[in-house]
Each structure stands twice: as structure tokens, then as C-alpha cells.
Design a protein around this ligand. Structure first.
Ligand code: AP5
Length: 219
């Protein structure tokens, strides 16, 4: 197994669990949100375009993200596989990914859905904090750093994401969950979907994710 798609609503825990899969399989993480935030920070044309959508909680248009993400997938470090965190997010993106991988005799081997109810997600986002240096993910309630405001791993200050304001979070949920349901349906039909209860403590979700990678039965 090499290409794993991580699915879930905003805040479901994709960024928290992606490193667990990456370590288990020995493949890199390709995060669409990280890629877009880096472009925004660098002020590139992509970043300026993406920012107008991200700041309103909307998805970046398919024709923009597909080109950028598939280019990233072709880089040498992803040749032996990758964890895709945040892509695909629409049926069009899922089909474009299938076509790209199919052209190289590859496929999505597993799609893991981290399933959490919307109201719990809105609470989680308010207390999320991110390492400003390397994106390590914390939560003031469920996963606090050892020292307030400082990343345990590299000592960098923790910050709050701009799109974690409650109004933007609600917009992300209402705009992004319907296309997510299409993507879930796409992978259910191709037989690679597995679902994990994302309301459990983080370590239990990790165990469920690893079990989902090794499980041969359909969801
Ligand atoms: P992106 O960065 O991908 O954001 P997202 O999908 O909204 O997901 P998040 O990063 O907010 O949440 P997560 O699921 O990673 O949860 P986390 O692990 O941090 O995308 C940002 C934006 O870019 C989008 O809104 C869109 O505009 C654009 N974009 C990106 N990809 C795109 C695409 N393909 N097409 C078009 N546009 C695109 O966890 C959340 C919090 O919960 C943390 O505090 C964490 O510590 C805590 N937590 C995690 N697990 C648990 C648990 N089990 N119990 C309790 N707390 C937990």
C-alpha cells in the first residue's frame, strides 16, 4: 500500500493523524492546506488567489488546486507513495487524481475517513494551536503543549490559524462538507474507503487509522 487519502471535515484530525500514517508506511505527507498556506505566506500569484477563498472558508477552485497538487505528487520524494491530507476535496479532484495515478499504473490504495460530528469540530477549532515553525498541531483542551504557547518538539511559538475564527469555521463546515460527502461516496464505490471514529482520544484514533490501513474488508 502506498497512496493513502485522509478524509474528514475541517478539524476532524487529519493533520494530527497524517504523521502516524507517514511513519507507518515510510512515505511523505502531502498537505493541500499546508501547500496553500505556504503560497499565501510567500505572496505568490497562487497564494494571492487562494487567500481570497481560504479567508472566506471556501474551497479553492478545482482547476487551481488540481494542477498544483498533482505537480507536487510528481516530485521524487512522492514516487514511492504519499499520505494525501486535504486532497481530493471534490469529486472532480478525486477523478483527476485517479487519472493521474492511473497513467503511472498506480491507484489510491486506501481512503481513511476520520468521522466527527460538526458541533464537536467547531469547539475543537477554537482551541487549536499550531507550531509556527513546522505546523505541529496542539489543542488547549485535548492535546495541550507541556509549556503554554511553545511547541514541545522544536520550541517554536504556537499560533492560531486565521481561518479558525468561529464565523469562518462555520462557513468551512457548510461549504466543504457537501463536496466531502461526494468524495466519500467516490471511494466507497471503488472499495477502498475505511471509516474511523474520530471522537475517540487521539491515540485511539491513531490505532483505528493503522487498523484501517491493514484491513482488507470494505467499509
Ligand atoms: P486545510 O489546512 O486542509 O484545513 P481543513 O481540512 O479544514 O482541516 P484542518 O487542518 O482545519 O483540520 P484537520 O482535520 O487537519 O484537524 P487537526 O488535526 O488540525 O485547508 C485549509 C483551507 O485550504 C480550506 O479551508 C480550503 O480553503 C483550502 N483547501 C485545502 N485543500 C483544498 C482542496 N483540496 N481543494 C480546495 N481548497 C482546498 O485537528 C483539529 C484540532 O483538534 C487540533 O487542535 C487537534 O489537536 C484536535 N484533535 C485532533 N484529534 C482529536 C481527537 N481525537 N480528540 C480531540 N481533539 C483532537
Amino acid at each position: 500500500m502506498s497512496v493513502v487519502v485522509l478524509l474528514g471535515a475541517p478539524g476532524a484530525g487529519k493533520g494530527t493523524q497524517a504523521p502516524v500514517i507517514a511513519d507507518h508506511l515510510g512515505v511523505p505527507i502531502l498537505g493541500s492546506g499546508d501547500l496553500l498556506r505556504a503560497a499565501v505566506a510567500a505572496g505568490t500569484p497562487l497564494g494571492r488567489e487562494a487567500d481570497t477563498y481560504m479567508s472566506r472558508g471556501q474551497l479553492v477552485p478545482d482547476n487551481t488546486i488540481v494542477r498544483v497538487f498533482l505537480d507536487r505528487l510528481e516530485q521524487p520524494d512522492a514516487r514511492n507513495g504519499a499520505v494525501l491530507d486535504g486532497f481530493p476535496r471534490t469529486r472532480v479532484q478525486a477523478e483527476a487524481l485517479d487519472t493521474e495515478l492511473g497513467g503511472a499504473g498506480r491507484r489510491v490504495d486506501r481512503a481513511v475517513l476520520i468521522d466527527v460530528p460538526t458541533e464537536e469540530l467547531i469547539l475543537r477549532m477554537a482551541s487549536r494551536r499550531i507550531c509556527s515553525a513546522n505546523g505541529h498541531v496542539y489543542n488547549l483542551t485535548s492535546n495541550p503543549p507541556l509549556k503554554a504557547g511553545i511547541c514541545d518538539i522544536d520550541g517554536a511559538p504556537l499560533t492560531q490559524r486565521e481561518d479558525d475564527q468561529e464565523e469562518t469555521v462555520r462557513a468551512r463546515m457548510s461549504q466543504q462538507i457537501p463536496p466531502l460527502l461526494d468524495v466519500i461516496d467516490h471511494y466507497r464505490k471503488t472499495g477502498v474507503l475505511r471509516s474511523v471514529d474520530g471522537r475517540l482520544p487521539i491515540d485511539d484514533v491513531s490505532a483505528g487509522v493503522i487498523a484501517a490501513l491493514d484491513d482488507g474488508a470494505p467499509a
